[in-house]
Ligand binder design. Structure first.
Ligand code: B16
Ligand code: MG
Length: 210
């Protein structure tokens, strides 16, 4: 392996609670039921696809314009919450593992569905850290489609077969597998039948990527 492509939310840092609070505020405003279990289904899923999952709980039909407005409303609340993030939201384990992988000569990239990737990386002090960033702003199809990881490999000028994808979402492991990447899973991603390596924690990468 020559390069490692990291998912952002749930791998490098944790924005679940901010997504939850912002979606909950929107759902409450429109009288739609929303809970943690539904929030868990939104992991790795794009903003508009997330809204469609939330709208499964209502019979009311919303037009494309209304949905765009709802997603924008959610994102405005989410971005406000992201301003609370700081380098303290990057764990010592993640930072020291990334530094050691770089020292070992691996190229490091981000492959995230989020259109807020660059803001989040800036907030946690990794604004200029990665060799490439592929995110929700440069793709047309969200995970489980492999596009975000294929773009990251292209930005790195590496073949998919030489890159490892690190993911916390089953949709991300599916994307990695369909794109011809090896994968390392954390949390629920370890349950996906196609996952190459199952990790207990981020520093397990030091054993996988010798
Ligand atoms: P945004 P990842 C994903 O990021 C999140 O897991 C998912 O919950 C979110 O809906 C998606 O980004 C889009 O985020 O609304 O900021 O564009 O896990 O692929 O890093
Ligand atoms: Mg994730």
């Amino acid at each position: 392996m020559k390069a490692i492509i990291f998912d952002l939310d749930g791998v490098i840092c944790f924005t679940d609670k901010y997504h939850y609070n912002a979606w909950k505020e929107l759902a409450d405003k429109y009288g739609i039921y929303f809970d943690e279990e539904i929030n868990n289904r939104l992991r790795g899923v794009s903003r508009m696809d997330s809204l469609d999952i939330i709208l499964e709980k209502t019979d009311k039909k919303y037009s494309a314009e209304e949905k765009e407005a709802m997603a924008a409303e959610k994102n405005a609340s989410y971005v406000e919450l992201l301003k609370e993030m700081s380098p303290k939201d990057l764990s010592d384990e993640v930072k020291s593992t990334l530094d050691e992988l770089r020292r070992r000569g691996y190229k490091l990239a981000i492959g995230s569905s989020s259109k807020n990737t660059k803001m989040i990386l800036g907030q946690i002090g990794l604004g200029d850290y990665f060799d490439a960033v592929s995110d929700g702003t440069n793709i047309t199809k969200s995970k489980p489609d492999p596009e975000v990881f294929l773009k990251a490999a292209e930005f790195l000028k590496e073949d998919a077969s030489e890159c490892l994808v690190v993911e916390d979402a089953k949709a991300g492991i599916q994307a990695a597998s369909d794109g011809g990447f090896k994968s390392a899973g954390l949390g629920e991603a370890t349950e996906h039948p196609s996952v190459t390596y199952k990790m207990n924690g981020f520093k397990d990468l030091l054993e996988i990527c010798k």
